[in-house]
Ligand binder design. Sequence first.
Ligand code: C2G
Length: 129
Amino acid sequence: MRTVVTYGTFDLFHIGHVRLLRRLKALGDRLVVGLSTDEFNKVKGKEIVIPFEDRKEILLSCRYVDDVFEENSWEQKRADLIREKASTFAIGDDWAGKFDDLEDIVQVLYLPRTKDISTTELKTVLSTI
Ligand code: C2G
């Protein structure tokens, strides 16, 4: 069983998220997402639109996602990866290099982001309606 772990806010779920999750699932048999809580998003400096419980339900409805746990801090990844018996940690390449310290316990991959779509852009469009 090859478990892949990733993290994110996944606010205003969009095609960029779908395409990332699809590629992540293709890296193994099981995909688990560390979903940033509403409180942790404040630490990340993100104004979320969709609350945690709804973002979690949306992710669990996605065919590529097998499980979701809370991301409450920057420091929890190593313990999470060990608990989940992860083979791979993977995330969008906007994070390239930031998690290389985890390479002693898992394969670390940074995947290209989908161009021309982001939660920030969606918020802007929504604010003009
Ligand atoms: N993403 C993507 N293409 C986009 C937008 C997002 O591939 N057009 C990817 C991001 O690179 C990330 C994931 O989708 O891997 C979730 O994006 P965010 O919710 O913005 O995640 P982020 O706030 O970067 O959280 O500890 C790590 C952080 O929690 C990552």
